[in-house]
Design a protein around this ligand. Structure first.
Ligand code: MLC
Ligand code: AMP
Length: 532
């Protein structure tokens, strides 16, 4: 058998057995079905003129077609560009204009946003359109599957596989370009550490446009020939059922972000029988945001399961993890995954001893090639140590404990917010809210939140008499939210409002967001939004 990386990713598809590969909303797909559909899709897109190295933007809610499109794009040699279907026109238009796709796969639900975004991006030539669902624009996805399958030809290890857009502290989101070797080598190392095998069944309720669900979930499972029980959205009762479903075959593995575990624990407190179902599982993993030691312990007390927490980034994939076999420490993200390395440095770039906090830097077998068309921003992520080795700067603050386990304690930039595992740029929201007629100045901060990790608060200096606004701050928050929702994805919207006469700045005029956070803690908010 060939030893190149892609041989591992495609092994289950090439074997094409009748075993279950995916189950979704009552539909079952074997590895043979997935392979045949992916190759038919690849043939159809090739016939429509899409060639190797070109980008295919995929903008749709979770469905089996997303998985078929991923492997189909790989057979075609195209770069899969997954986009969050919550994105609004401007967010999507930026990705379209930046990635210049030759094809777009979009579901019927995303149709109108896509039409607006395409008009804004003004792409020439116009991309080939593929539609998922009745009435979606372009070639019907279902009809592509009638094409004769393309010959089985794997992409090269160094070829680009994925381009995943991620936000930074400034400017619009950037496309992190990951090769097949980067994704596969990192996922082989991680799933090996976690002892995943074809005997496992993964419940996948994470979105398929971020590395957590897409790289660990879809790629990790394919590498191990492991069945995926795919969920359209996260629903606690449905997850629990998957672990008690003797008829369809019980799930053994669940991966989640901490917010999902908060919801699971809330449910388990009320339903002890549900805890018994989860107790039978083989493993639970968490990542994408900090899992508190208290939540870890409560989940363990309810289910007997010790969650395996790990740490990663879109740009580096998964670099630290607690072990499956060995000690798992609550509140720690573990040790370097095989093929990765990590260290903590001070401002001068010197490595810090255990116990001292500084910036986390990493080496990774999954380190991206770079940001799409942004060599300077890519170079800015690197730091050279005294021995001349190049490391990736994560921007996260961490320390190592005496046992060599890493603990994440915060982030260098207050302009990056993580809510429910989604990364959010404060600047992007500030720019959107600055257009509100009552806003003179605005600063957006993430305040600590038990369920979401951080909750978005808009700190506003009004361009109108404060007294009038203080009569009904809820009204201002509502109109800020309305403006926001027209421009940006719903999960980025402010959930709280803090009014001030001026924003705190230092002698050089630099905004001091930590003082806003202190003021909010001291004074409380002027208004809070409903819902999440
Ligand atoms: C949904 N809502 C959120 C939100 N998700 N608000 C803040 N932050 C979030 N993350 C809001 C919606 O706007 C809506 O508000 C309300 O919640 C209900 O929406 P929903 O779609 O029904 O929510 P739900 O399904 O419960 O979503 C919660 C969630 C989701 C935790 C399942 O956020 C999620 O899938 N998160 C995972 C993100 C992820 O995969 N990250 C990996 C990044 S990769 P309203 O007001 O309209 O009611 C990475 C690297 C690594 O970080 O290491 O993994
Ligand atoms: P993203 O850019 O969406 O890939 O998110 C990467 C960021 O998620 C990291 O830089 C961390 O801030 C955060 N993150 C990922 N895993 C963890 C974890 N286990 N604990 C704390 N933060 C995490």
């Amino acid at each position: 058998m060939s030893t190149d990386a892609t041989a591992h990713l495609f092994a289950a598809l090439e074997r094409g057995g009748p075993e279950l590969a995916y189950e979704f909303a009552g539909q079952r797909l074997s590895w043979a079905d997935l392979d045949a559909r992916a190759r038919s899709y690849a043939q159809a897109l090739a016939s429509a003129g899409v060639v190797k190295g070109e980008r295919v933007v995929v903008y749709a809610q979770t469905c089996l077609e997303l998985v078929v499109a991923l492997f189909g794009n790989y057979y075609l040699g195209a770069i899969h560009v997954p986009v969050n279907p919550r994105y609004r026109e401007a967010e999507l238009a930026h990705i379209l204009a930046d990635s210049r796709p030759s094809a777009i796969v979009c579901d019927v639900e995303g149709e109108s946003v896509m039409a607006g975004a395409l008009a804004q991006a003004g792409l020439t030539p116009t991309p080939v359109r593929v539609g998922i669902g009745d009435g979606a624009a372009g070639l019907a996805f279902a009809s592509l599957l009638e094409s004769a399958p393309t010959p089985r030809e794997r992409p090269g290890d160094g070829d680009a596989a994925l381009m995943i857009y991620t936000s930074g502290t400034t400017g619009p989101s950037k496309g992190a370009l990951l090769s097949h070797a980067q994704v596969i080598n990192n996922m082989r190392a991680l799933t090996g550490l976690w002892t995943w095998s074809s005997r496992d069944r993964l419940v996948l309720a994470l979105p398929l446009f971020h590395v957590h669900g897409l790289c660990i979930g879809v790629h990790g499972a394919a590498i191990r020939g492991m069945a995926v029980l795919l969920e359209r959205r996260f629903d606690v009762a449905s997850i629990v059922e998957r672990f008690g479903d003797h008829e369809r075959g019980r799930a053994s593995v669940f991966m989640g972000v901490p917010t999902m575990y908060t919801s699971l624990v809330e449910h388990l407190r009320e339903h002890p029988a549900a805890a018994a179902k989860l107790a039978c599982a083989r493993m639970f993993t968490s990542g994408s945001a900090a899992l508190s030691a208290e939540l870890w312990q409560e989940f363990a007390a309810l289910t007997g399961q010790r969650i395996v927490e790990r740490y990663g980034m879109t740009e580096t994939l998964i670099t630290l993890s607690n072990p499956y076999i060995g000690q798992r420490i609550a509140g720690a993200v573990g040790q370097p995954v095989p093929g990765c390395d990590a260290a903590v440095i001070d401002e001068a770039g010197d490595e810090l001893p255990p116990g001292e906090s500084g910036e986390l830097i990493v080496h990774s077998n999954g380190l991206m090639d770079g940001y799409w068309n942004l060599p300077q921003q890519t170079a800015a992520t690197r730091v050279i140590d005294r021995d001349g080795r190049s490391w990736f700067r994560t921007g996260d603050i961490a320390y190592v404990d005496p046992q060599g386990y890493f603990h994440i304690v915060g982030r260098k930039s207050v302009d990056i917010i993580k809510s429910g595992g989604f990364k959010i740029s404060a600047r992007e929201i500030e720019e959107a809210l600055a257009g509100h007629p009552v806003v003179y100045e605005v600063a957006v901060v993430g305040v600590p939140d038990e369920k979401w990790g951080q909750r978005i608060v808009a700190c506003v200096v009004p361009d109108a008499p404060m007294a009038g606004i203080l009569d009904n701050p809820g009204e201002l928050l509502q109109s800020l939210v309305a403006l926001h929702r027209a421009l940006l994805a719903d999960y980025k919207q402010p959930r709280g409002l803090y009014l001030c006469d001026e924003l705190p700045r230092n002698a050089l005029g630099k905004l001091q967001k930590h003082r806003l956070l202190e003021a909010i803690e001291r004074d409380g908010l002027n208004a809070e939004g409903e819902g999440s």
